[in-house]
Design a protein around this ligand. Structure first.
Ligand code: NAD
Ligand code: ZN
Length: 357
């Protein structure tokens, strides 16, 4: 069966387009006696961006802290907060921030129309009905969550997405000015998420002309952004992120993401930097990609943190988390991956990554 996948319905792109949000919401507010919810990364408190949020009198603005990556528990708390604010559903929900806040917005939109906890829906196509109309506005580029059909959450047992057609944003606004002032290390780590999406997609067994077209273009843009001094780097990274996301939508990520999920679940290491830490050790799987990645690190003088040593119980849990991600391994290594990627081999890879072998 071929994937019949859902794309974002509406896209605005351009410098300063954030100001168009007011008009877009005004259209939705017409004939609707309801309110909007804004989930905004708390890094923007008292910023110029805050002044530009078109907050209506009855709207709810929630500042979201993402020092920890999004969890099902955090999504449940936000959903409860909105339910206790009003007995009616909001007319729309707008997420403004990096991948974490955008994922939170997607998940809360779904949970407002579904019973139970977000952890009940981690998996594939467990969500059967639309969420609240939801808008994504990235302030970092690289994750591709602005176009993806998943929201990645840390649950009680696993780090896994809520993957469904209804997860996809109804509207996105891509304003390159919003990513211009991100701290350099964060800009790099999140940007490398995109670069790694492309390398894993283009080197995977699931590759096809659709994924290749988006992946190759995205990779070219990443090279212009990270290996040259391009005056349009913010515009280009924003497009690279979307295209990288589109590439993996019709293929899959690979070894780096599978191992990085384990680091993130057990050690709380964020996705972008976790991917960089892992990717630097994956020359045997992605020789050219890793070499180019090191050139990019050198150009931007990026030093990766060395993660901590872990005890055996944590190591076993990291291996468990990595092994749940079967499609990623199959994409990277083929149908026979279970024979090639044993627990012992994964332990060896984690040993290298953590510097204890
Ligand atoms: P992030 O959203 O976790 O943010 C990282 C840090 O940067 C935070 O401290 C945040 O407050 C800050 N920040 C955000 N924008 C800023 C700006 N413009 N200026 C200054 N600081 C800013 O980072 P991310 O790398 O964009 O997102 C990572 C998350 O995305 C992870 O939770 C990961 O699981 C998820 N992800 C989701 C998908 C998907 O398809 N759903 C794909 C890849 C990653
Ligand atoms: Zn990623």
């Amino acid at each position: 069966m071929f994937r019949n996948f859902k794309m974002v319905s509406r896209v605005v792109f351009g410098r300063g387009c954030f100001h168009q949000l007011r008009d877009i919401l005004a259209e939705k507010r017409k004939n609707a006696a309801s309110f909007m919810v804004f989930l905004v990364d708390d890094v923007f408190r008292n910023s110029k961006l805050e002044d530009g949020i078109p907050l209506g009198r009855d709207d709810l603005l929630i500042w979201v802290n993402v020092d920890d990556e999004p969890s099902t528990a955090h999504v449940d708390r936000l959903t409860d907060q909105i339910r206790s604010f009003s007995a009616v559903l909001p007319r729309g929900l707008v997420g403004i921030g990096g991948g974490s806040v955008m994922d939170m917005a997607k998940a809360v939109s779904l949970m407002l129309t579904h019973p139970g906890s977000a952890s009940d829906y981690q998996g594939w196509d467990l969500i059967r009905q639309p969420g609240v109309w939801h808008v994504g506005i990235p302030t970092l580029s690289g994750t591709g969550t602005e176009v993806s059909r998943t929201t990645v959450l840390i649950g009680p047992e696993k780090k896994l997405g809520i993957n469904s057609d209804h997860t996809v944003f109804d509207q996105i606004l891509l304003d390159p000015e919003l990513i211009a002032d991100a701290p350099r290390d964060q800009w790099f780590h999140t940007g490398m998420d995109c670069y790694i999406h492309c390398v894993e997609s283009l080197n995977g067994t699931f590759l096809n002309a659709f994924s290749r077209a988006y992946g190759e273009k995205s990779l070219d843009l990443c090279r212009e952004v990270f290996l040259k001094d391009d005056p349009e780097k913010d515009d280009k990274l924003m497009m690279a992120s979307c295209m990288g996301g589109m590439s993996i939508a019709y293929s899959q990520v690979g070894v780096c993401h599978a191992l990085s999920y384990g680091l993130s679940f057990v050690l709380g290491i964020h996705h972008g930097v976790g991917n960089c830490i892992v990717f630097d050790h994956l020359e045997e799987f992605y020789p050219h990609g890793v070499q180019e990645f090191r050139k990019m690190m050198e150009k931007h003088d990026i030093r990766l943190p060395q993660p901590l040593n872990v005890n055996d119980a944590k190591m076993q849990k990291m291996i468990d988390v990595a092994l749940v991600l079967e499609p990623l391994w199959e994409n990277a290594l083929g149908r026979d991956w279970k024979r090639m990627m044993t627990r012992e081999r994964i332990e060896g890879l984690y040993g290298q990554i953590l510097g204890n072998s």
